[in-house]
Every structure is written in C-alpha cells, then in structure tokens.
Design a protein around this ligand. Structure first.
Ligand code: ACO
Length: 559
C-alpha cells in the first residue's frame, strides 16, 4: 500500500479572520496534527480527464492540483493564486483575494516535513505525529455510490397530527376571545422559522442541496471547485492542496448548498460504510451567508442523506475550536460514545481540534424538522386546552380611577368576567390573612370588618411619633427630584382615602402592600443616616407589631 506523505498534512481548520461570524469572535486555532491512516481509496480523479496521480487517490504535486483547478474552474492557471480555481460563471460566492502565501509556506514546510518522516520543520509543523507514518493500518474502504440528494423521509413526523380547533365542553368562548388566543400562539421559534424559510426557498427552486462526489460531470466539478474555494477561504490555515485533494477524492462526498447556481457552502465528509459512521472533513458557509441558518439546514440534509443513502449511524469530526458551539447546536457532543473499534484507526487524528460525535437518529425527519416541531406544538397545545381553561381570554374590565386610585365604579368581584367560569365562588376571599368572615358571610360584611381593621392600623400609624414624614404626599416643590426617583409614591393620607372609599382595598394584602411601598420609598430616596430613613424603619416595626397583635385578636374572636 502506497501511503503518500502528502496526505499527512496537518491541517488547521481555523476560520478566516476576514470573515468573522457575527456572533462569535475569531480565534486562531493551533495547527492540527493529523495522523496517517492507510489510504486505499478509490482513485480520486478519472485518469482520462484529469492529469492527476490516481495510484491511491492522492495527488502528489501542485501541478496536479492546478490541472484539476484549471479544468474544474475553466479559468486561467496561475500557480500562485487561487483565482485560477474560480469557475467563469458558477464557482462560489467567495472572492479569492486573500494573500495565501503564508499558507503555501506552511504547506510546503509541512509536506517537506512529512516527506522526511516528520523531520525537524519549524514551529508546530514539527509536531506531526510521525509515528503513524510507519504504522500500516489497513483500512477497508467501501465505495460510496449514493450520490443522489437526501432521501425522502422514511418516517412520518413523530408528533400527532393536530386536530382542528377544539372547544372545551361546557364553556362558551366568545369568538373574539378565541381569536385573541389564536393570535397569541407561538407558532415557531427562531430555529423553526429559519428552517421553514429555507425549506420554502428549496420548494420554490431558489435553493438546492446536493450531495456529490467527484464524478467528472462538468457542473458538479464546477460546484466542487466552488466549495473548495469556500473551504480555502474559511479555513485559512488548512493547506489548499489538502482541501482540494479531499474534496476531489472519490471516497469523500460533499453536501452543498447551491443558490442561483453558486455554491453557498458545504460539508465534505467521508462515509465509512462498513463502520456505519462518517468523518466530516470540512464544513463552511461563505462569509456573507453565515449565521442565517444555512449551516443548520446543511447539517440536516447531511444527516438525512448519510442515514438514508449511506446507512450511517454516527458522525465524527475534529471540530475547530471556533466551531465547537456550532457543532454542539447541531447535536454533536465532546463525549464519544461510538465504540472505539468502529472508528479508531479510520479517521485522521488531529491535535488542536476537538473530536466530536453526533448520533444520527434513525427516525427523525431531519429535512422537515420544522413541520415536526410545529405539529408537536399543536399537539401539546390541544392537550393543554383539554386540561385547562387558561387559553380562554375574556374581555377586560372597565376600570377607571378617580382620586387616590379609587375606582370610579364599584366592580364586584363576582362580576369580573371569567372568574366564576374559572371556578371562583363568593366564599373564596383569596388567601388573605384577614379572615374574620366565615364562609357564609357575604362580601359586604367582610369589607366592613376589613375597613375597620385597616382604619385602626392607620390611626395607630398616624399617632406614632415617627409618622410626621409620611402624613402627606411629598411636595415636589420642596423636593424637586423626588418623583423622578420614586415612581410609585405612597403616604398615610392617600391610604386613608383608599380605606374610607371602602372600594379600594378588597384584600388586606393590598393595604399591607401600600404600607410597605411607603417605607420602601423612604429608604430608596433617603440614605440610612437621614431622619427620614430612621423614621421609616421605626414606624415599620411599629406597624408590624400592630398587625401581628391585631390579627391575633381577630383569630381569637373567630375561635
Ligand atoms: C470540521 C470543521 O470543518 S470545523 C470548521 C467549521 N468551519 C468554520 O469554522 C468556518 C467558518 N464558519 C462557517 O463557515 C459557519 O459559521 C459554520 C459552518 C460554522 C456555521 O454555519 P452557519 O450558516 O453560520 O450556521 P447557522 O446560521 O445555521 O447557525 C446555527 C447556530 O450555530 C451558531 N453558530 C454558527 N457558527 C458558530 C460558531 N463558529 N461558533 C458557535 N456557534 C456558531 C449560530 O449562532 C446559530 O445559533 P442559534 O441557532 O442559537 O441562532
């Protein structure tokens, strides 16, 4: 078995610093070190049409690469610039204006080092794991011939089919209420929205996902060259020779996003059919189109194709540090659960990248996840409707206020729309601590007792020596910025009006909330050393003791 040293290039998938993802800072990865695996691939290039080394699927010189590029791109050949690899009309969306001299320098050094058995190249290039050069791992490669697009869904959506709007028995829902509810349903999250929009683009023929390997078909070759250019741009530390070799290698396949006959991005992977797993070699989206959902949809197409056409159950990849977040969102984990003997020795080894795994679900409709999610949402929603009334929205109450926030019109609790329907009965006066009324007493009696209790508490507050700062609303003429800071002012006089209206405080807790608000305001506006702050603390503790003793005596009366 001839294992070409040029296969030992230790690529680094670091992304281009010229095209940072909006949501992720760019960082330069260390140079990955790739171990050798035996390479009994099928020949990558048809000998008749491309002047390439076909011995073991490896290219041995830059001349070979240029000849491929020239053919695939149909452009002039220029050994020092990637522009030779652009197709005249349909290459890819990347421009190739980068200065790639550093990469070529790196590549040359790497190739030299590898040829010399991992000799003493400079910097990280010397770290190639050369021990594997001499290892003779025999890898059985099964040719992958499934090159058609992602298969049809093998299974139907997992979620139950949604029923048409069901009504809850026994409850009359106003039409407009139902409408409000329907409008409020959250039909999709950001993930589904992006997937659905790209799916619509596909259905309209404006976008397509293809899975190809080097088959000599002109259009396919142009796309593959376009994809290769995106990889070269987005993975700038990856030797271009290495990229073109793998993209053109017939044992690798590439799933590509094509829009208006231009490649937007893609994933090149190698299916190990006998081992039922695939290794993702490269994955990139052109700079202008990142973080728009293409990467996710691409991965979904890849999973669907790999499962339905290649029969794979897992993917492995050495993810660039910058891309770990993306892979995690695609279901990859850093924990490798795949039995080691299924993959060890098959995939190239990197130091610097993070080995990640993704289990391909046997049933999920990967290219139609948004429909599945929508149906599941609907099913859950139907279930909630069955079990609860919370979806019913009643029209609001007319609550106009006059002085001190007291309602203009008395609204009886039992008249609040929907309260009885929700199970409320007049004996349920909430969980107020002030429960002087028995279950049979009407609400008027309850309110009378409550008013008397609150009145006595207010009197006790007003009579206290520390009450003076709280007796009247703060005068903005005296304290100009008070109402800029205190947005919900409260004072004993306002509370007194509310108590005397016998309409405002329908529970004791509402009264206590106003008292607490008053003290909180004082301690918010004033610093601890001020008299106002101190008065509020002392008056509050007086109030608490009065409430405590008052409630105790109420309880005694009840017993
Ligand atoms: C094996 C390898 O090839 S490793 C190298 C991977 N490739 C690169 O780093 C090249 C540069 N980057 C890219 O080409 C692209 O950004 C890709 C391929 C990583 C992702 O493609 P995109 O089209 O941008 O992904 P997409 O828009 O579907 O985003 C999916 C989610 O991943 C997040 N994401 C995208 N890129 C990254 C990243 N580099 N790191 C962390 N999260 C990311 C997105 O914010 C989005 O999150 P959300 O669903 O919470 O909104």
């Amino acid at each position: 078995m001839d294992t070409h040293s040029s296969h030992l290039t230790a690529p680094n998938r670091s992304r281009s610093s010229q095209s940072p993802s909006p949501s992720h800072s760019s960082a330069t990865s260390s140079i990955h070190k790739r171990k050798l695996v035996s390479d009994d691939h099928a020949p990558p290039f048809p000998p008749s049409s491309l002047s390439a080394d076909t011995r073991d699927g490896a290219l041995t010189s830059n001349d070979d690469l240029e000849s491929i590029s020239a053919r695939g791109g149909g452009a002039d050949s220029d050994s020092d610039d990637d522009s030779d690899e652009e197709a005249p009309e349909a290459a890819n969306a990347e421009d190739s204006d980068e200065d790639d001299s550093s990469i070529r320098t790196f590549t040359t050094a790497r190739l030299d080092a590898a040829n010399a058995g991992g000799g003493s190249g400079s910097a990280r290039n010397t770290k190639i794991k050369t021990e594997n050069l001499s290892s003779s791992v025999t890898v059985k490669i099964e040719n992958s011939d499934g090159t058609k697009d992602g298969g049809a869904l093998g299974t139907g959506p997992a979620g139950p089919t949604a029923q048409a709007g069901s009504s809850v028995p026994g409850i009359v829902v106003k039409e407009d209420a139902t409408k409000i509810f329907t409008e409020n349903i959250q039909t999709s999250g950001a993930y589904s929205a992006r997937e659905e929009s790209l799916k619509r683009e596909e259905e309209a023929g404006r976008l397509k996902f293809v899975c190809l390997s080097n088959d000599g078909v002109d259009e396919h070759m142009v796309w593959l060259i376009g994809l290769k250019n995106i990889f070269a741009r987005q993975l700038p530390n990856m030797p271009k020779e290495y990229i073109v070799r793998l993209v053109m290698d017939r044992s690798h396949k590439s799933v590509m996003v094509i829009r208006r006959n231009l490649v937007v991005g893609g994933i090149t992977y190698r299916p190990y059919i006998s081992q039922k797993f695939g290794e993702i070699a490269f994955c990139a989206i052109t700079a202008d189109e990142q973080v728009k959902g293409y990467g996710t949809r691409l991965m979904n197409h890849l999973k669907q194709h790999a499962r339905d056409v290649d029969g794979l159950t897992h993917f492995l990849t050495y993810a660039d540090n910058n891309a770990v977040g993306y892979f995690i969102k695609q279901g990859f984990t850093k924990e490798i659960h795949l039995e080691k003997d299924r993959w060890h020795g098959y995939i190239k080894d990197y130091d610097g990248g993070i080995l990640m795994e993704c289990k391909i679900d046997p049933k999920l409709p990967y290219t139609d996840l948004s429909t599945m999610i929508r149906r599941q949402r609907q099913a859950i929603d139907e279930k909630i409707r069955e079990l609860s009334n919370c979806h019913i929205v009643y029209s609001g109450i007319d609550f106009q206020k006059k002085e001190a926030g007291i309602p203009k019109k008395i609204i009886k609790v039992e008249d609040i729309p929907g309260l009885r329907e929700a199970g409320w009965t007049p004996d349920q006066w909430g969980h107020s601590r002030f429960r002087i009324v028995s279950a049979s007493t009407d609400s008027a009696t309850h309110q009378k007792h409550l008013t008397a209790f609150m009145r006595s508490l207010l009197k006790s507050l007003n009579d206290h020596v520390d009450a003076w700062p709280f007796k009247e609303p703060v005068d903005a003429r005296d304290v100009p910025d008070y109402y800029d800071i205190i947005k919900d002012p409260m004072d004993l006089k306002t509370m007194s009006k509310r108590v005397e209206s016998e309409q405002y405080y329908v529970t004791f807790e509402m009264f206590v909330a106003d008292v607490k608000r008053m003290f909180f305001n004082a301690r918010t506006y004033n610093s601890p050393e001020t008299i106002y702050y101190k008065c509020s603390t002392r008056l509050e503790s007086h109030f608490q003791s009065k409430v405590h003793s008052g409630l105790q005596s109420v309880n005694k009366i009840q017993q």
